[in-house]
Design a protein around this ligand. Structure first.
Ligand code: 5GP
Length: 215
């Protein structure tokens, strides 16, 4: 029997996309996942919208102006981009590529337009999850209780929710967020299983070879 243990299994990072209408709990779930799991890196988007109270530049978004956004997009620096509620949002490509290459997972809080563009460019690496609110009332409650947006913006987000929800069929998993803890457990179960897919563990070949050598 060989004395050397098989090496750790090298894995390929995945792209975890969370989409939902605003107020369905996606941001809370994403923050919790990032706090609990050191193997996940957030994709920090560029946005041209105004910073909300409590948000931090460079943590929640890179807040930039329209001219800088268009320049970045036209240089080809963005993996995907979309216009949402009159503002531009986009994913800078470089940090995502670096993370994947190092075997880290990247978490995306992006809308259906972004998920669709990533599906065209990186389907094999994608895990797409859509979060639904349990009811229209619950969504309204969440949008008004967080006190982040003026009433006209809340009304706009409620009107946009049905458009966003209509894309649920383009996702691999759909979770109903009636209970945050339960929804979070479902999310981590998906992540655990998706990381264990054979195709996401290129190091298995070396591992099994070393294992067999010891038999
Ligand atoms: P919010 O302004 O509430 O932070 O985000 C509004 C919407 O824009 C959300 O649905 C969010 O998922 C989406 N979003 C945020 N960043 C990006 C991005 O980089 N690309 C795309 N396509 N959507 C984004």
């Amino acid at each position: 029997m060989t004395k050397t243990a098989p090496p750790p299994i090298v894995r390929r990072g995945l792209l975890l996309v969370l989409s939902s209408p605003s107020g369905a709990g996606k941001t809370t779930l994403a923050r919790r996942l990032l706090a609990d799991d050191a193997a996940i890196t957030p994709s920090i988007s560029f946005t041209t919208r105004k910073m909300r109270p409590g948000e931090v530049d460079g943590r929640d978004y890179h807040f930039i102006d329209k001219v800088a956004f268009i320049a970045a997009r036209d240089r080809g620096d963005l993996l995907e981009w979309a216009e949402v509620f009159g503002n531009f949002y986009g994913t800078p490509a470089t940090p995502v590529m670096a993370a994947i290459g190092e075997g880290r997972d990247v978490l995306f809080d992006i809308d259906w337009q972004g998920a669709r563009q990533l599906s065209e460019r990186a389907l094999a690496d994608l895990v797409r999850i859509f979060i639904l609110p349990p009811s229209a009332e619950a969504l309204y409650q969440r949008l008004t209780s967080r006190n982040q947006d003026p009433p006209e913006v809340v009304a706009k987000r409620m009107a946009a929710a049905s458009g966003e929800i209509s894309h649920w069929g383009e996702y691999d998993y759909v979770l109903v967020n009636s209970d945050l803890d339960a929804c979070y457990r479902q999310l981590t179960a998906i992540l655990t299983a998706e990381r264990l897919r054979r195709a996401r563990q290129p190091g298995l070949e070396v591992f099994v070879k070393a294992l067999l050598a010891g038999l």
